[in-house]
Design a protein around this ligand. Structure first.
Ligand SMILES: C[S@@+](CC[C@H](N)C(=O)[O-])C[C@H]1O[C@@H](n2cnc3c(N)ncnc32)[C@H](O)[C@@H]1O
Length: 377
């Protein structure tokens, strides 16, 4: 593929992602409201009389979709501006069904990472990770010389918490949905608790004990990154260079931080060489099972400095049905990690859930592996 083709494809990916935010309300109306109205209309009149709440609830859903629209359209416009994309949304590439589904997922991801409701879930992993880092790097003022990489950083809450702890932290993600939203929260939310989103509209009512839970707003962000960084800058009076601690990279972890390949372009080779042995710490959180684990582990080894630390938290079961990838037991994975140049310093597991929702009748508990490894080869 020529450079021009790659650029065209990238532009298409960016603008279709923007469309999936901008036109999200159309998707939600079509998916959530239209079928509800139809199902009610075809009921016999006597049955309609049994469900007097139904039409009002549909109106509430419509109102919630409208409020989601205010958020997703603003996000699309701000992201377009930041990425130098023309603001005429009519000329953006159309979004696919899968991209709209990803926008829906972003609302849940925001709940996990940037709301008070997500605090309990975040604490499970963040406390383990922060305790390790506090133990290993107790001198707060020296932490800004330590470089942390967080591959698959999602909406970047962990990245943000790490910079608040004084570490120089780079987040990496390959998904424009995540990157646009993380950037929006980081740069545009100067007040906490000033945006409402409705992430549960898409859940079937059978998931809830009460229908009101479907139209429950989540208020974000629970913390304003701008406000928090101002506070920290004041507190440490320039002793910690907070504004320079954060960076974000867009692209595949393996392509940006992996070993140089002969087939790589000159630019790709240069980028990979810049990242080789560069990081003191890599933190993977709910990331390892998103792709080829062998390549991920090799890449972590490649970008860590000698005696660098790798902290992992998350399930090792496959997220998607990946036909071409090897299945690993916990034991196999441990052996593989050791063979690829690491020594385990600690290893344990915990039951945890992702997108947990206290109002929901269904649960999604899984076993998460936590380990700290040192790169020895
Ligand atoms: C399950 S989410 C975890 C997000 C966040 N770390 C958390 O704990 O909530 C996995 C993240 O990895 C990203 N991801 C998947 N494959 C990737 C790759 N090859 N390179 C970079 N990021 C990737 C996804 O876009 C997504 O944001």
């Amino acid at each position: 593929m020529s450079n021009n083709d790659t650029n065209d494809q990238e532009y298409q990916n960016i603008t279709s992602t923007l469309s999936s935010f901008y036109k999200f309300y159309e998707y939600q109306l079509e998916k959530l409201v239209k079928p509800r109205i139809h199902k009610f209309e075809i009921l016999p009149k006597q049955d309609q009389q049994l469900l007097l709440w139904y039409q009002k609830h549909t109106e509430y859903i419509q109102e919630c979709i409208h409020i989601n629209r205010i958020f997703t359209q603003k996000l699309a416009m701000d992201a377009a501006q930041d990425w130098g994309i023309p603001l005429e949304h009519e000329i953006w590439a159309p979004a696919s069904q899968k991209q709209f589904e990803l926008t829906q997922l972003i609302l849940l991801q925001l709940t996990r990472e940037w709301s008070e409701e997500g605090l309990k879930e975040r604490k499970n992993s963040y406390n383990l990770i922060m305790n390790q880092l506090n133990d290993k790097f107790p001198n707060f003022l020296e932490r800004s010389t330590k470089k942390i990489l967080v591959p698959g950083c999602g909406l970047g809450r962990l990245v943000f918490e790490l910079i608040c702890q004084g570490f120089n932290t780079q987040g990496n993600d390959n998904d424009y949905h995540m990157l646009f939203t993380f950037n929006y929260i980081l740069k545009n939310c100067d007040l906490p608790f000033n945006l409402s989103i409705f992430p549960y509209l898409d859940n079937s009512l059978t998931n809830f004990t009460k229908r009101q839970f479907q139209i429950r707003p989540i208020i974000i962000p629970d913390i304003s990154p701008i406000e928090k960084l101002n506070e920290l800058n004041k507190k440490y009076n320039g002793e910690v260079p907070y504004n320079d601690l954060i960076s974000i990279t867009a692209g595949s972890f393996i392509d940006l931080y992996g070993k140089v390949l002969e087939s790589d372009s000159k630019e790709a080779q240069q980028l990979k060489l810049q990242n080789k042995n560069q990081f003191d710490i890599v933190v993977t959180e709910y990331f390892l099972n998103t792709g080829n684990m062998i390549e991920y582990i090799k890449t972590i080894n490649n970008c860590l400095s000698t005696n660098g630390i790798w902290i992992n938290y998350g399930p090792i079961t496959e997220e998607n049905n990946k036909d071409n990838e090897i299945d690993f037991t916990k034991e196999d994975l441990g052996e593989l990690i050791t063979k690829l140049g690491f020594q385990f310093l600690e290893r344990s597991d915990f039951k945890d859930s992702y997108f947990s929702n206290d109002s929901s009748l269904s649960t999604n508990t899984q076993t998460c592996e936590f380990w700290i490894c040192e790169k020895i080869i």
